[in-house]
Design a protein around this ligand. Structure first.
Ligand code: ZN
Length: 229
């Protein structure tokens, strides 16, 4: 099958299918495997197909993101920690130890479990610290912080001042983690997403547009990392 490639997007592979039955150009992305197909009549020029696909580029790119293959954690895998690529390496030391951009884990124990526990541990340290700082600035008190591996939300705040966070946020850039902490702490004062709430987030964190956009664009990529051993 003929293929179309878009300018500056060598990873977007589009399969071209021309048929005499078809009357107009359609672009499809398979929900099963993310395969992209452009279909259209025989008489239409290759250039027209390309132009059509080019006009749908941003749609294709965002759709394609959800088909990124999983990344299984093992020796040599790179994972982001606070947004910085960190390579996993084996060592004789029994406890995980991060030196620069290398995370050493024991060669005697399952790698992915150690990495997962390490990420949970440091996300707890960071979130405890951030939430304490933000809640003091707000004059409120957090009762408990729970870490989970949630898919639908990055954090939550209950009526009795319990905060929940996804520990996967420790892989996001530090500002993104801090923004989510500020967001949930702001809910201690406003249990809604009113104008007053967003003002409180701004008061605690400062401008947050960039961090919100990062989560929207890249948040799903934090779920690519698979820690099952
Ligand atoms: Zn919220």
């Amino acid at each position: 099958m003929k293929k179309i490639f878009l300018e500056d997007e060598p990873d977007l592979e589009i399969f071209l299918r021309q048929s005499s039955n078809s009357r107009r150009i359609t672009l499809r992305i398979s929900a099963l495997d993310g395969k992209i197909t452009i279909t259209g009549p025989n008489y239409i020029d290759f250039k027209e197909f390309r132009k059509f696909a080019e006009s749908k580029k941003s749609w294709l790119k965002s759709k394609r993101k959800s088909f990124e293959p999983p990344i299984f954690i093992s020796e040599g895998t790179k994972i982001p920690i606070l947004g910085i690529d960190t390579k996993i390496s084996l060592s004789d030391s029994p406890e995980p130890n991060k030196v620069g951009s290398i995370l050493f884990v024991s060669k005697e124990k399952p790698v992915s479990t150690q990495v997962k526990n390490y990420l949970k541990e440091i996300s707890r340290v960071h979130l405890d610290h951030m939430c304490k700082e933000f809640s003091e600035r707000l004059g409120s008190k957090v009762s408990k912080i729970t870490l989970r591996d949630t898919r639908s939300r990055w954090g939550s705040c209950s009526n009795d001042a319990n905060l929940m966070f996804s520990w996967r946020l420790i892989m996001a850039p530090e500002d993104v983690l801090a923004y989510v902490a500020a967001h949930e702490v702001a809910h201690l004062k406003h249990m809604n997403h009113s104008k007053d709430f967003w003002e409180t987030v701004g008061y605690l964190f400062g401008p947050y547009k960039k961090e919100l956009a990062w989560l929207k664009q890249n948040g799903s990529s934090l779920h690519r990392y698979k820690f099952e051993s």
